[in-house]
Design a protein around this ligand. Structure first.
Ligand SMILES: [Zn+2]
Length: 303
């Protein structure tokens, strides 16, 4: 995020019609509370064709395992297998209520506490902060950072320099799945505006943008870890924004991502955590017998 988190964290209104697992996990890290309220219902039906409501039993997100174990900290690259990436279900949030009203979840406001939380979880994931370009290049070589998964469904802002079009492997997996789901629903691509940044770059950014997050400390920009990306909101319809909020709310509930909507830059700032990857993905590295074939790494395009 670019802002210093001056706005207070708003309540997150979780649509009850979106099938999701009720998490017993407490926000023990910061004692943050998330009030659950019914969503706003738009009075008029959207011109879009209403999708068939997904029952909780049919909702793939219900069947996705929740990872509660924090893995040992290291910067090991972890890439999902091709098979896993291909079989990951496309999650389509429910957009309309029984009367055909568009369900618009409340904005996902940022806060100082949420910025601290993203740094705490990055530390728990064992992520260092990328210091400079040489550091970034070394992490690319070791596959600790991978290329943004640009595709027909995910474009990258022309203004983002080629040497910053990278992120953590689990962030790339999240982006690819999100973009694929969004494209399946709306037929238009999402756009990434920002991804990994170096401490060196963040210092420069602070000098030119008074709202930029610090380059160090407990409120440092999560982009320094490579876990965070910004998705442009400009040009998205209310239906598309509602869909994106609905897509991310269950992932937030499961602490697999954190999201802050920025209104000055008009984007979704998203921190994706290592636990985003299903638990069966990581142990594959260690379950290889002498006879078995190592899992293939997912094909992530290189610039
Ligand atoms: Zn951001």
């Amino acid at each position: 995020m670019d802002r210093t988190g001056s706005s207070r964290r708003g309540t997150r209104r979780v649509p009850s019609v979106i099938g999701r697992r009720r998490s017993n996990r407490k926000d023990v890290l910061l004692g943050a509370r998330r009030n659950r309220r019914r969503p706003q219902i738009a009075s008029r039906r959207s011109p879009d064709t209403a999708p068939t409501p997904i029952s909780p039993l049919e909702n793939p997100s219900q069947q996705m395992p929740v990872v509660s174990v924090i893995r040992p900290t290291s910067d090991r690259p972890q890439l999902p297998s091709v098979q896993q990436a291909a079989t990951e279900p496309i999650f389509l949030p429910t957009l309309f209520n029984d009367r055909g009203g568009l369900i618009v979840p409340a904005p996902l406001f940022g806060s100082h506490d949420l910025l601290v939380r993203q740094n705490v979880l990055a530390d728990q994931d064992g992520l260092g902060r990328v210091q400079d370009q040489a550091d970034l290049d070394g992490m690319r070589t070791r596959r600790m950072l991978v290329a943004l998964p640009a595709s027909e469904a995910l474009r990258i802002d022309d203004r983002l320099p080629a040497n910053r079009r990278f992120c953590r492997p689990w962030t790339a997996q999240f982006l690819a799945t999100l973009a694929r789901s969004f494209y399946a629903r709306f037929g238009t691509p999402l756009q990434v505006n920002s991804a990994v940044r170096t401490v060196e770059f963040q210092h420069r950014l602070q000098r030119t943008n008074g709202n930029a997050a610090p380059a160090e400390g407990d409120t440092a920009s999560p982009h320094l870890t490579g876990q965070a990306v910004d998705i442009a909101k400009r040009g998205l319809s209310l239906t598309e924004i509602a869909w994106l909020r609905g897509y991310m709310l269950p992932l937030i509930e499961e602490s697999r991502v954190d999201v802050e909507e920025e209104f000055q830059q008009s984007c979704f700032h998203i921190s994706v955590y290592r636990r985003y990857l299903p638990p069966e993905t990581a142990p594959q590295r260690y379950a290889i017998s002498a006879r078995s074939t190592p899992p293939l790494a997912v094909a992530v395009p290189q610039p």
